[in-house]
Write a protein that binds this ligand. Sequence first.
Ligand code: ADP
Ligand code: ADP
Length: 225
Amino acid sequence: MADIKLSGVRKTYANKVQVIHGVDVAIADGEFIVIVGPSGCGKSTLLRMVAGLEPITEGEIAIGGKRVNEVEPKDRNIAMVFQNYALYPHMTVYDNMAYGLRIRSFSKADIETRVQRAAKILELGPLLQRKPRELSGGQRQRVAMGRAIVREPAAFLFDEPLSNLDAKLRVQMRLEIQKLHRELRTTSIFVTHDQVEAMTLADRMIVMNAGVVEQVGRPIDVYDD
Ligand code: ADP
Ligand code: ADP
């Protein structure tokens, strides 16, 4: 678990266009933050900088007091969840979840404990020996979440993870994420276009527009305007 602090963050891509114009936000340990804003306002760019996947042009981002650009990629413990969850088709559900731990040299016993714990939270126990093609769309999404949570990351970053799903599955997965957050209290940043997702998931919302933060507040305060 960790707090996340963005100070004077700016981003200019190689084409010299500045897309983030000075963002300052302090996110508390265990907080669930939802970022909303029109397409192209810089939500993904901001998230990718927090994840250490995109260089920060100016300013700094610290997770648990450590600057992201000073931490080696292998030592970063941030789990990012995208729209398109790519599972390894030839591996079982168990192996898909274990993979990220195996490549980090976790012991067999630790891997077993973590995978079983995640499987219990996500109700994947009976499916551990199946291959992805033998799962429904919703089950595959849960495996992808499982792969993120076994790492016990300091933070979860969600980039519109539900926007490709049909309405029913979308509601189901939103409730799943809500439940997960109640159990694990992992600091989370969730980007979405969906007002219901923002209202139900957010402790606080960040409203972005054209590369700046326009508002930070509880959903009730943001939607009251
Ligand atoms: P959002 O997630 O809010 O839709 P993005 O962060 O994806 O916004 O994009 C913000 C702006 O940065 C957009 O104008 C987009 O075209 C631009 N942009 C995104 N990625 C790149 C890139 N790799 N190179 C240049 N411009 C980019
Ligand atoms: P981690 O747990 O370290 O995030 P992942 O299991 O997500 O690792 O991915 C490890 C590497 O394998 C990444 O480079 C990723 O792009 C790639 N990868 C992920 N899914 C697949 C897949 N289904 N087939 C092939 N390569 C994949």
